[in-house]
Design a protein around this ligand. Structure first.
Ligand SMILES: C[S@@+](CC[C@H](N)C(=O)[O-])C[C@H]1O[C@@H](n2cnc3c(N)ncnc32)[C@H](O)[C@@H]1O
Length: 310
């Protein structure tokens, strides 16, 4: 078992937007096999999975960063190099990890219950919490967490959520039909309704997210405008004026053709779940599905993008 340092986890998080576990466990036989493949391939980087081996042996000519060829190299500390050297007889400078090998979890801490101001007009606040509102403020109330400190994604504090909120503020028009794919807490769906959308469908494959999103919609008195359902993009009823999808890039790349098909001609796709290192690959996939990149914004390591359908 290899314990990962905070610096290694931070590097990986910056490259992928995902969290690495605190340690990696590789059975000895597998470690030896991976090590022999890597040395034969002349690599100084030890792959930790079959997918990373495949990418090592069959790199894409473009060196693209999309779903397939993207791998993250994490430098090994001298102690880790020695540990692997003792087990395999080979010396490696880094680990090679493919983001798709790491289990993706969409969770956020729900313990900082303070109002957050986002964009020009949006205020996200826990239900019942007082705040100084101006007439122009559009308020989204969120339910209290379940007390565990952890909850579904969408407290309004994550840069990816804030990017989507700001981009929706600029692109939702009164009366629009909006799809929020991967609604989490329901925050973007309710925000879209506050920005004037006439009809919003909020979908999520996670049952816990659907339950929280329903609570959010009811807290905000929007049951007549926002419908929440469990499901993926196949449950949508296109066409939509605006589709919002704050999902990680591997999901965006896989769903790009379906999301593009769900947008009406002249409509917009708003996305925000990619860190900078993966945004280009995600954008390429959406453009390959027939949409054009119209706007790109960053907040910290995160990137939000708006695509238009011709
Ligand atoms: C990063 S969270 C976004 C939550 C919220 N929309 C926000 O902006 O804060 C992504 C959500 O997408 C959901 N999700 C992931 N893959 C999905 C898919 N293929 N179809 C529908 N929802 C999906 C996850 O369960 C998660 O709740």
């Amino acid at each position: 078992m290899l314990r990962l340092t905070p610096a290694q986890k931070k590097h990986y998080g910056r490259q992928t937007g995902l969290s690495l576990p605190s340690s990696l466990t590789l059975p000895l036989a597998q470690l030896k096999l991976l090590s022999s493949v890597a040395t034969e391939a002349g690599s100084e980087s030890l792959p930790v999975s079959r997918s990373a081996v495949r990418q090592l042996l069959e790199p894409e000519p473009s060196g693209g960063q999309g779903g397939g060829p993207f791998a993250v190299e994490v430098a090994l500390t001298p102690a880790q190099q020695e540990q692997i050297g003792r087990a395999t007889g080979d010396v490696f400078a880094s680990l090679r990890i493919v983001p798709d090998d790491v289990t993706v979890t969409y969770h956020e801490a729900w313990d900082e219950a303070t109002p957050v101001r986002v964009g020009r007009t949006m205020v996200i606040k826990p239900a019942g919490e007082p705040h100084e509102a101006s007439d122009a403020d559009l308020v989204v109330e969120l339910p209290a967490g379940d007390g565990s400190g952890r909850g579904v994604f969408g407290t309004g504090r994550h840069p990816a959520t804030q990017l989507s909120l700001v981009l929706l503020e600029g692109h939702v028009r009164p009366g629009d039909r909006v799809l929020d794919l991967g609604t989490g807490s329901g925050i973007l769906a309710v925000a879209a309704a506050r920005f004037g959308a006439g009809e919003v469908l909020a979908l999520d494959i996670d049952a816990a997210a659907v339950a929280v999103a329903r609570e959010t919609v009811s807290l905000n008195g929007l049951a007549g405008v926002v419908e929440v359902a469990r499901g993926g993009v196949g449950s949508a009823v296109p066409p939509y004026d605006v589709v919002a999808a704050n999902v990680f890039p591997n999901v965006l790349i896989e769903l790009a053709p379906d999301l593009a098909a769900a947008v009406r001609s002249g409509g917009a796709l708003v996305t925000s779940g990619s860190v900078a290192a993966r945004a280009e690959g995600a954008a390429d996939a959406v453009c390959a599905a027939g949409l054009g990149l119209k706007e790109r914004r960053s907040q910290g390591d995160w990137v939000g993008m708006v695509f238009r359908k011709p």
